[in-house]
Design a protein around this ligand. Structure first.
Ligand code: SAH
Length: 356
């Protein structure tokens, strides 16, 4: 096991099992041994690749979508251009390049990056040097301004708790130790009413996941949008009411047991978009497949335009990137997008209408 694994096993032996959320938080963000604290995990040599790392087209189209929403709201300035969990800063760099010609957008934008990892802050500082970004530790410290916010694969990195129903009620899935190894187990029966009303009708055997950090984050964003205007574009994998055990570990682009290498594998869980929408509390679009969204925003035309100047292997990898971002069997439908916006404003382009 890893150094962090030994530390967690010793702690659990001394003070008892920990929740899946505590386990995830330690694995991802432990200051010395956490996954994001110690590395830049993206790309071919890393553990996973995200949409902005696959092709510049992703950030360009998302940037133009965001800029259109800003124009539709009367070009408010100054405004906060925020990103949650910006990784290498690639998405924001592509957004800025694509929006150069939008009158007043760059002049009015104050870029704020919400990033927990010091390692990735350094990478972002290099990528975005030309745009003088500032960093925030949490959404609570975003400026009191119109807010135009992006979050791609951020919410899936937030720790979740898992609960399982049996005939007698709900139990929590915990991480304990047996025979010197980390193992999953179940807590004693929880008091009635601990699991929210959304899940009360579920039959025995159901596993549900709750993200304790999500409501406060979504409320802070929603409050700014309600008071000052703006929009939040959230892209992630998950579903409207995501059910089941979705905790997943990825290392070297391959799935592995989430308890096998604490701190050395990326851990994620599906995003519960309904919980996000409930806490945001502002107008929203429907949940839209990433492939459909990118096609409506013009990815086919953009791909043809870029492809016209390419040949050979570079052209092949460009075509593969287009397919990977949009095809239903690749990222096109597993990844979903939703936009939250000021009630008086039109929805940003490309999103399904809300049926709520
Ligand atoms: N959006 C990027 C990176 C996704 S990975 C992309 O699409 O490529 C998740 C990102 O969220 C990383 O930058 C990670 O350090 C950051 N992150 C994870 N948990 C966080 C938290 N609680 N607060 C702030 N940033 C966090």
């Amino acid at each position: 096991m890893t150094v962090l694994g030994d530390m967690l096993a010793a702690r659990i032996a001394a003070t008892g099992p920990i929740t899946v959320a505590e386990y995830m938080a330690e694995c991802l963000m432990h200051p010395a041994h956490g996954y994001y604290s110690t590395r830049d995990p993206f790309g071919v040599a890393g553990d996973f690749t995200t949409a902005p790392e696959i092709s510049q087209m992703f950030g360009e189209l998302i940037g133009l979508c965001l800029a259109q929403a800003w124009l539709d709201q009367g070009s408010p300035a100054p405004f906060t251009l925020a990103e949650l969990g910006p990784g290498r800063g690639t998405l924001m760099a592509d957004v800025m390049r694509a929006t150069r010609a939008v009158p007043g957008f760059h002049a009015g934008a104050r870029i704020v990056l919400v990033e927990a990892s010091a390692t990735l802050r350094n990478v972002q500082a290099r990528t975005l040097d030309a745009y003088a970004p500032v960093w925030a530790d949490s959404v609570a410290s975003l400026p009191d301004q119109p807010l135009f916010l992006l979050a791609n694969e951020f919410f899936d990195a937030l720790p979740i708790r898992q609960f399982q129903r049996d005939d007698g009620g709900w139990r929590e899935r915990m991480v304990g130790v047996s025979e010197g190894r980390l193992r999953f187990g179940l807590s004693a029966l929880l008091p009635e009413g601990m699991i929210g009303p959304r899940f009360q009708a579920d039959p025995p055997g159901t596993v549900v996941e709750v993200c304790p950090a999500l409501p406060a984050i979504a409320q802070a964003i929603g409050q700014r949008i309600a008071a000052r205007g703006g929009v939040a574009l959230v892209i992630d994998y998950g579903g409207w009411r995501s059910k089941g055990d979705t905790l997943q570990a990825l290392r070297g682009h391959a799935p592995e047991d989430p308890l096998a290498q604490p701190g050395a594998a990326d851990l994620t869980a599906h995003v519960d978009f309904e919980a996000l929408a409930l806490a945001m509390g502002v107008a929203r679009t429907g949940l839209t497949g990433q492939g459909v969204l990118l096609k409506r925003l013009g990815i086919d035309q953009r791909a043809a335009r870029l492809g016209a100047e390419l040949a050979g292997e570079v052209l092949q990898s460009h075509l593969a990137a287009h397919r990977r971002l949009t095809h239903p069997e690749e990222m096109g439908s597993v990844f979903k997008a939703i936009a939250f916006h000021a009630p008086v404003a039109p929805a940003p382009p490309g999103f399904d209408p809300s049926h709520a």
